[in-house]
Design a protein around this ligand. Structure first.
Ligand SMILES: NC(=O)c1ccc[n+]([C@@H]2O[C@H](COP(=O)([O-])OP(=O)(O)OC[C@H]3O[C@@H](n4cnc5c(N)ncnc54)[C@H](OP(=O)(O)O)[C@@H]3O)[C@@H](O)[C@H]2O)c1
Length: 248
């Protein structure tokens, strides 16, 4: 498939996990990709791994000055954007009572404010026929006791997909979100779990295993592409059967 030939796509948080897998996927389908991350070392490593169709920009999604500078760099390098994958995010895995105001501010700054302003500041570059995909989370569909802050910020990020679908529709820009389940990435590495923990988690999933970043990348590529031209304001859950089904 070459759905992205001649297309330029910005992926925030493209240095590892789902962002990096999506960058590989889109490049394999013909895209020019810009990936971001917080450090030169990780951005450089990712762009080296991705090859000549990728470039990188160091930009903290929570720092609006950095997001402005990112968009200016994209404008100078490419002049426009066909798609944006607002993927940069962090996990705050703490009990409700232990979350401090700095934890709260940081979690919301990256997972919601960062997404909100990344889309806003990308808008002048996004072409008619373009698309935005926001990385939300299965946790917006199902409560988890140690994911209060994270889940609320992800629910807000998903809600943007609905309202921005309406707001940006007249400009020909579609906006959707994805809600990955347990995906084996540096944020949530299956290898860091004890056998008992892994069995408890995978026992909740019909597929009986964690997802792979490439499985999310395939769904993001679909939503970002013209194959999804009539899909707007939706959340696509990619969880192997965690939210909507119960294992037999
Ligand atoms: N793994 C899961 O089970 C799971 C499930 C549902 C949703 N998600 C969501 O999926 C997205 C990707 O996570 P992942 O699992 O692929 O984990 P990951 O490998 O840790 O990737 C996170 C990416 O976000 C970047 N990032 C973090 N904070 C940033 C900031 N302030 N500014 C710019 N970039 C930042 C990281 O870049 P640097 O570290 O290089 O700065 C990295 O590229 C996140 O939004 C996460 O919440 C994950």
């Amino acid at each position: 498939m070459n759905r992205f030939t001649g297309k330029t796509v910005l992926i925030t948080g493209g240095t590892s996990g789902m962002g990096l897998a999506t960058a590989h996927r889109l490049i394999s389908e013909g895209a020019q990709v810009i990936v971001t991350g917080r450090t030169h070392a990780r951005v450089d490593a990712a762009t080296r791994a991705l090859g000549p169709d990728a470039s990188g920009v160091v930009a903290d999604a929570a720092d609006l000055g950095a997001v402005d500078a990112l968009m200016e760099t994209v404008r100078k390098r490419h002049g426009h954007l066909d798609s944006l994958f607002a993927n940069a995010g962090i996990g705050t895995f703490l009990p409700f009572e232990d979350i401090t105001e700095p934890d709260f501010d940081h979690g919301v700054d990256v997972n919601f404010k960062g997404v909100f302003f990344t889309v806003q500041k990308a808008l002048p570059l996004l072409v008619a026929g373009g698309s935005v995909v926001i990385n939300a989370s299965w946790t917006l569909h199902r409560g988890n006791s140690v994911l209060t802050l994270y889940s609320a910020a992800k629910a807000a990020a998903h809600n943007l997909a609905r309202t921005l679908a309406a707001a940006l529709g007249p400009r020909g820009i579609r906006v959707n979100s994805v809600s990955p389940g347990y995906i084996d990435t540096p944020m949530y590495p299956a290898a860091a779990l004890s056998t008992a923990e892994e069995e408890a988690l995978t026992g909740q999933i019909v597929a009986g295993r964690f997802g792979r970043p490439e499985e999310v990348a395939a769904a993001v590529a679909f939503l970002a592409s013209s194959d999804a031209s009539y899909i707007n304001g939706q959340d696509l859950v990619i969880d192997g059967g965690l939210v909507g089904a119960v294992p037999a």
